[in-house]
Write a protein of this length. Structure first.
Lengths: 340, 632
């Protein structure tokens, strides 16, 4: 029996990847499932998608979704540059990069910083568990102050808040979610596909093997108890003719660059995710309480992306014909004459 | 260009000294940031306009303003363009180094100097020409703020008079150099004239050096190697460039930006057919290049040794995941920060095997600006043909100095994009595997995202022929062996050596890159002065091909001449050659940071051949370098 198809006629199964080799119960697997759903529901052509990653448990996960898309598992902490290169080569591609908290916050912090500054169209996801899983549980730079390792070691360094950092650096779409919150994560991922420029999405994704114990601030139970959603996120893609009714003032509507609508039902009256300073203030306040603010933290839907800034021709650079990339004989003669 | 004897005869002047015509070097010692580069290039251009083969080499500090800098122009009727060790004509403008500059000259040299420096009392075996530069500049440049910049043009006027350059011709060179900046041209032109007039009224020619018109530069261009390589990249159809500023490679990408903005904008839309990104570091530069190449773009970066070190990890990824990449290494003096503004060939070994595990890389060795242009194009073809990083090993001397050259030829061949899988090829193959060697040459077929062909997962971790993750010993071995096979195939495709086998020569010389120019001259010296005949093998690409062993077999001794301490090419050769062949190898090494010169090669080679060589005390600019200390 044929399953339900999306707007480009593909079934959900087309968006699946190979069987995961991560631990049973790993938050990363739940994120992969939401990515499959989001790409399916948005009707994204898998042949146009490139999946990128660095090194670590998180970075293995692109093999577990969108099995017919091209993938590139690069070197530790350097996926942003590889993704940037790929997008420069072919602006028609849709890039999704999967990183981890070590891959981003430690070895990759430099490239992360410059990816945020450039606003290159990449959905950049940090699968954030506060530890290095693949090397057996050392602290990562997003581990909270006072959080405890399985071995009893206490973290005595302050964490890097990747969302606050991204906002500070000029990122145009900054969100945080929890691998256990299916609804919120799916809505954010769909909105991410409609965004112009870099999407920075930090997903708290507990490590069931090394960081899910009493005393850890990245365990399932801790995150569940300390999740502080900023709003109720829903997303209406441009190709769906749905009108949503809501009481005036109860919901903030953000029109994405492609015409899709992001509907943010307010859980607290004052929060406005288009206000950069308020967003930073809110992140600091939540962190001080030992909680995680989740949802769309900051959004700037219309800033020009890096490819537009570079004024690149519409056709992919990768496949321009020779006559467009090799100047004429007359041009070379002109250059030579200028050097005589 | 080929050395030519010309009809200019050596003549006696009234003082009885033999005239030296079109065969001497002029060194200008100034302070960097003082606008001397314009004056120096006008002088160089004047020589070329006179039809005299000439070259210019800048020895400058790693600093923006205020430290000593020397510019040497060599006129050579025989067309030698390597550095000449001896300075024949000094222009001493820098109070800090003037004394030492004068003390290190050979007897008989001439010195134009700034009068207040009072240099004439230092030596009685030189010819001195004092010039009151400040007094001369004031009337021709009313704006006191500009005087510092215009002042240097006065020595061009002085030299024109003393050496015999037509003033009108020098004005032509000035126009060429400053282009459309009318005000600057007028000011400088006044300074030229002031210098000429002063020399005519006050200086009596006493030195033997003279310039006379020749006809050896018709149609020649003057260009830096970096700009030449940039033109090559543009003609190769480069589409993505990522770079990080580093001396001496920055001007390669900066020239490229200039050319691309002019010649690579789409005519209908006005949009760029390229993307050039200044990255956050060299690591990101190569990461972007790899990502772009993987997605199908012709992509490149340019850097120097410190950047190469940083690119080590990514280079291993490109080698193992098999993505093309073109990397220009404009070599400077290492290790570490080293001497950032000096030249060397010191990155050979570290580049050949850059990155951990079993890796080896293709390298090209341009010797001239013309080859910088041609090999840039070749590098892109090779990178795509072999799906691997290709390093173009330039050096500071080539990249940043001005070289006279023939005009570049338009590429007649279409670009070679290598084995990109097509629908018809896929049908023919039946089943495609990204890393499957179907042709027996070690080179697999690749697909690019969005091309409608099958996708694959690219990774730096172990993989099998189908690009699936694998830790199986047989998969690993098969893959590594195939990569080695691919490298073997490359031997036939990298640029072939230029070999000049001389009948009866017992000694051979092997050299590469800019060392070539010293070798050309040195071989003439050896033959003419001591009747030592030599054969010459100019290496142009790595991996080596079979002609290398044949060259060694044909000679009793083979001198490998290179600009590094550790005989890096010789070491690289030893890895492949038999013990008998290795035993024939000798080294001539030069690593002072200054470009290698012919005389040093000749003396070293003769000494090793058993000749009694009275080695001249090395006391030219090398000794003058004490002025270079203290700056950062």
């Amino acid at each position: 029996m044929a399953g339900k198809v999306n707007r480009i006629g593909l079934e959900n199964i087309t968006y699946k990847g190979s069987k995961t080799t991560l631990c049973a119960g790993c938050g990363h697997n739940a994120i992969s499932e939401r990515i499959i759903d989001a790409f399916f529901e948005m009707g994204v052509d898998p042949e146009q998608v490139v999946k990128l990653s660095g090194i670590g448990c998180s970075s293995k996960s692109p093999a577990y979704f969108l099995g017919t898309s091209h993938g590139f598992n690069a070197v530790h902490g350097r996926m942003p540059s590889v993704g940037t290169g790929a997008m420069l080569a072919n602006k028609k591609l849709i890039a999704i990069g999967i990183s981890g908290d070590g891959d981003t916050g430690a070895i990759g912090i430099g490239q992360f910083v410059h990816l945020m500054r450039r606003n290159i169209p990449i959905i950049y996801i940090i699968e954030d568990n506060g530890c290095y899983g693949l090397t057996k549980g050392q602290f990562s730079p997003t581990a909270d102050l006072g959080s405890k390792l399985k071995t009893g070691v206490i973290n005595d360094l302050p964490p890097i808040d990747t969302c606050a950092l991204a906002i500070e650096l000029g990122a145009t779409f900054v969100a945080r979610s929890f691998s256990g919150d299916k609804k919120q994560l799916l809505a954010i991922l769909k909105a991410a596909l409609a965004h112009r420029g870099t999407v920075m999405l930090d997903v708290i994704s507990p490590c069931v093997t090394f960081n899910d114990h009493e005393g850890s601030t990245k365990s399932y139970s801790y995150v569940k108890d300390h999740d502080d959603p900023l709003e109720e996120v829903s997303f209406v893609p441009f190709f769906e003719d749905i009108s949503v009714d809501y009481a005036p003032g109860s919901t903030q509507e953000v029109t994405m660059h492609d015409g899709s609508k992001l509907l943010l039902k307010k859980l607290e009256a004052a929060y406005d995710p288009t206000d950069k300073i308020a967003a930073l203030k809110r992140l600091h306040e939540t962190a001080r309480r030992g909680e995680f603010a989740t949802g769309i933290i900051y959004i700037e839907p219309d800033r020009e992306d890096f490819l537009e800034q570079l004024n690149i021709i519409d056709a992919p650079l990768a496949t321009l014909p020779l006559e467009q990339v090799r100047p004429s004989r007359e041009a070379l003669n002109e250059i030579m004459d200028g050097l005589r | 260009m080929s050395p030519t004897d010309l009809a200019v005869q050596q003549q006696q002047n009234s003082a009885g000294k033999q005239r030296v015509v079109n065969d001497f070097s002029i060194q200008v010692a100034t302070v960097n940031g003082s606008g001397s580069q314009t004056a120096n290039l006008v002088l160089l251009r004047s020589l070329l306009l006179m039809g005299i083969p000439a070259s210019g080499k800048n020895m400058f500090p790693s600093n923006i303003a205020g430290l000593p800098t020397w510019y040497t122009i060599r006129a050579s009727k025989r067309g030698y363009i390597a550095r000449k060790k001896e300075v024949d004509f000094l222009v001493a403008m820098n109070p800090e180094t003037a004394k030492e500059d004068v003390l290190t000259l050979d007897a008989g040299a001439a010195v134009v100097y700034d009068e207040p420096l009072k240099l004439s009392s230092l030596r009685d075996d030189l010819v001195f020409y004092p010039v009151p530069f400040d007094k001369l500049v004031a009337p021709v440049c009313p704006d006191a703020k500009l005087r510092r910049l215009v002042r240097n043009m006065i020595y061009d006027g002085i030299l024109a008079k003393l050496l015999g350059i037509d003033l009108a011709l020098m004005e032509k060179a000035l126009n060429k150099q400053l282009g459309k900046k009318a005000k600057a041209v007028a000011l400088n032109s006044g300074a030229l004239k002031a210098g000429w007039d002063y020399a005519e009224a006050n200086l009596t020619k006493q030195d033997p050096y003279a310039l006379q018109p020749m006809n050896e530069t018709a149609g020649k261009i003057l260009i830096e190697g970096n700009a030449a390589a940039a033109i090559g990249c543009m003609m190769a159809g480069v589409t993505v460039v990522a770079w990080y500023p580093i001396t001496p490679s920055s001007s390669l990408c900066e020239s490229l930006i200039g050319y691309m903005k002019k010649y690579r904008m789409d005519k209908t839309t006005g949009k760029a057919t390229f993307a050039i990104v200044q990255a956050e570091d060299e690591i990101a530069s190569l990461g972007m290049v790899i990502g772009a190449s993987w997605a199908g773009a012709r992509s490149m970066t340019a850097t120097a040794g410190p950047g190469i070190s940083l690119m080590s990890e990514f280079t291993g990824l490109a080698y193992y995941a098999e993505t093309p990449a073109v990397i220009f290494d404009v070599q400077r003096v290492g290790p570490s920060t080293g001497l950032p503004t000096r030249t060397a060939q010191g990155d050979l070994l570290s580049t050949a095997f850059l990155s951990h595990g079993d890796t080896k890389h293709l390298m090209l060795f341009p010797a001239s600006v013309e080859e910088s242009y041609e090999m840039a194009m070749e590098a892109f073809d090779l990178a795509e043909q072999f799906q691997t990083p290709v390093f173009v090993m330039m050096d500071l001397d080539l990249g940043m100095n001005n070289w006279m050259s023939n005009g570049f030829k338009y590429p007649e061949k279409p670009i070679n994009r290598g084995k990109l899988l097509t629908a018809s090829k896929l049908k023919e193959l039946g089943q495609w595997g990204r890393y499957k060697d179907v042709d027996g040459d070690g080179i697999p077929y690749r697909t690019i995202p969005g091309d409608g062909m099958p996708s694959y997962f690219t990774r730096g971790s172990g993989h099998n022929a189908k690009a699936q993750y694998s830790e199986r010993p047989d998969d690993y071995v098969d893959n590594l062996d195939r990569l080695a096979r691919k490298f073997e195939t490359a031997r036939k495709f990298v640029p072939k050596p230029e070999v000049d086998t001389v009948s009866g020569a017992k000694s051979g010389i092997i050299a590469y890159g800019t060392t070539h120019w010293a070798i050309t001259e040195s071989r003439d010296q050896l033959r003419e002065e001591t009747d030592v005949k030599t054969s010459y093998y100019r290496l142009r690409g790595y991996p080596f091909n079979e002609s290398l062993a044949a060259f060694i077999d044909a000679h009793e001794r083979v001198y490998v001449v290179e600009q590094n301490r550790d005989a890096q090419l010789r070491q690289l050769m030893k890895l492949e050659l038999s013990p008998e062949r290795c035993a024939k190898l000798r080294s001539i090494l030069h690593y002072s940071g200054l470009p290698i010169d012919a005389r040093s090669v000749t003396e070293d080679l003769l000494a090793q051949e058993g000749f009694e060589v009275a080695k001249k005390e090395v006391r030219v600019v090398e000794a003058g370098l004490s002025g270079m200390t203290g700056g950062e």
